[in-house]
Design a protein around this ligand. Structure first.
Ligand code: GTP
Ligand code: MG
Length: 201
């Protein structure tokens, strides 16, 4: 029998938080979405949930400042992490971002993997590698999502994806490198199947 494609039927915002004492209960398998500011994390979340404004998106980089928790199909948790690499960020803000992310990664026990959004036109940068390394130090697997694929040609898409694969060859915690567009729908089914296949319970 063919298996029904995994579908997100219900998605609700649970809460925003900056520290573990405010995080929701740690009971559902959790997937978090990280990446450079403006890379398209919130748009990605909205697209796969088939919702327009579940996660707040913005043309101004650095809009998502809090850790936002969502409950999906009453059975899994999605988390939108504030973006990094916002130009001219004061050192103090970077330090508090790092503290917040470290607290998140070290306290959540049900994290399945990270989806890291990387603008396909920029490709992978040093801060993205630091984020992947941070996951590695917490034993967390990573799926790379090259966002805004509607902005490049088909051949450029293949080329950027291959280049990124080469760049991350040394990382043992990379599970996949795919392209995505919240505009065209490229890569939506792939992300859903990654989620489905990693959560067999
Ligand atoms: N063309 C195109 N634009 C996109 C796509 N995804 C996001 N954008 C645009 O990129 C901008 C940033 O998108 P967001 O989803 O808010 O990005 P973010 O990574 O959540 O940003 P922060 O929360 O500020 O870190 C918005 O203007 C989006 O409309 C895409 O697939 N294609
Ligand atoms: Mg956002």
């Amino acid at each position: 029998m063919t298996k029904m494609a995994f579908n997100i039927k219900k998605s609700c915002f649970v809460k925003s938080a900056t520290k573990p004492s405010h995080f929701p209960d740690d009971i559902y398998p959790e997937y978090f979405f990280a990446g450079k500011s403006n890379a398209g994390k919130s748009s990605l979340l909205n697209k796969i949930c088939n919702r327009k404004n579940l996660a707040i998106t913005s043309k101004t980089p650095g809009r998502t400042q809090l850790i936002n928790f969502f409950l999906i199909n009453n059975s899994i948790s999605f988390v939108d992490i504030p973006g990094y690499g916002y130009a001219n960020t004061p050192k103090k803000i970077i330090a508090s971002w790092e503290d917040m992310i470290n607290a998140y990664l070290s306290t959540r026990k049900k994290i399945i993997c990270m989806f890291i959004a990387i603008d396909i036109r920029r490709g992978i940068e040093e801060l993205d590698k630091s984020m992947i390394n941070l996951c590695l130090s917490h034993n967390i697997n990573v799926n790379i999502v090259m966002t805004k694929s509607d902005k490049v040609s088909k051949s450029e898409k293949t080329q950027k994806r291959n280049k990124t694969k080469e760049h991350v060859m040394g990382f043992p915690n990379i599970l996949s490198v795919n392209t995505f567009s919240a505009k065209s729908g490229d890569g939506v089914d792939l992300i859903l199947s990654i989620i489905e296949n990693s959560n067999e319970n």
